[in-house]
Design a protein around this ligand. Sequence first.
Ligand code: ATP
Ligand code: MG
Length: 397
Amino acid sequence: MTKQLSPLNPSAAPATWLGVMGGGQLGRMFAHAAQQMGFKVAVLEPALDCPASHAADQLLSADYTDADALIKLAAQCASVTTEFENVSAKSLAFLADRTFVAPSSSCVSIAQDRMAEKRFFIECAPTSGVFPASHKEINSTADVDAVPDDLLPGILKTVRMGYDGKGQVRVKTRAELHDAYAGMNGVACVLEKMLPLAYEISVLAARGADGKAVVYPIAENVHRDGILFTTTVPGPHITTDSAEKAQAATLAVIEQLGYVGVLCIEFFVLTDGSLVVNEMAPRPHNSGHYTIDACVTSQFAQQARAMARMPLGDVRQHSPAAMLNILGDIWFEGKSDEAREPAWDKVLALPGANLHLYGKDTARRARKMGHITFIAPTLEEAQANLRKACAILGIAP
Ligand code: ATP
Ligand code: MG
């Protein structure tokens, strides 16, 4: 089928449907934003009671590789996207033979594979000006023996399927590296040199089907136990020079990918001030949730616009923002197994608090249950209210 490349108006009858692979919180927030513009949203996801199922106009409950379900999704939807990067790239390619898919399966495949991603970043370096951390692919114990001494201490990461710090082991010595690799069950890995991080940032960008790209302000991220803890925008530590460099690098990468949709790139700022590119997510990102409450166009509205080949929206941030991720841990007091609802009434009494809960009925430790974005006239006030929320919810600040 030839692709229809005109913009997709959000018509009501017959409805213009946008499709999403995956039914997590990102799919849920996408549905909210797309529906606000008048689109209908269909979600393909095997789990019946997923966060997006409560928001989507239709849930196609099937495996992500189920050909019948993919055919149905493509027939119904004028455009399809993905809300998680480990979606089968084959499924995206299958959909792309039938409807408009953004981002493309080739872009998503690069982001699914840490080695392909690093090769791509290196290819982009002449225009982006940034490199990934020094690294070596590890596929055998001989590769471990061949690791140059200066890559240690390092972090051993699985090449595929890593997220929230899963599939990563920190190693100081070659002996520890042997042990860590033995624990990876033979999957392809990459060893990265452990870098002296001053702080971490992410840059959210979007590119339309017309090739026009936009870049959001720099977000500064703090992780805890490998999971994003807070995002602060504008970043309190970033210099104008580094900010411009990271934004320009992101635009260079999104351009070279020929990407359509929202893309987020994570960078490290090292103690000497230099910038290193870490990884990219081919979708809206947890560190971009602040855009819902603090920017003219949220990352989810931007994704809907890009999918519908509409003009991209204004990325301007109208208020300083501090976002706190809400993990299931706070439903439990001490070591108790009995879940109880956190004191949302006290949190919502704080000025500029925007609570987003993802509709997950079972709280589990380390499970992302929601987030709160504090907006305020000054960043200091937003940060102070975030700290107050931590005190109320029993989260160490
Ligand atoms: P997520 O998908 O949640 O962003 P991930 O599991 O894909 O995370 P990374 O982003 O690669 O993994 O790493 C997780 C965290 O580990 C980083 O945010 C950073 O704090 C730390 N880290 C990763 N690589 C390095 C490195 N080479 N040197 C120092 N710290 C690192
Ligand atoms: Mg990461």
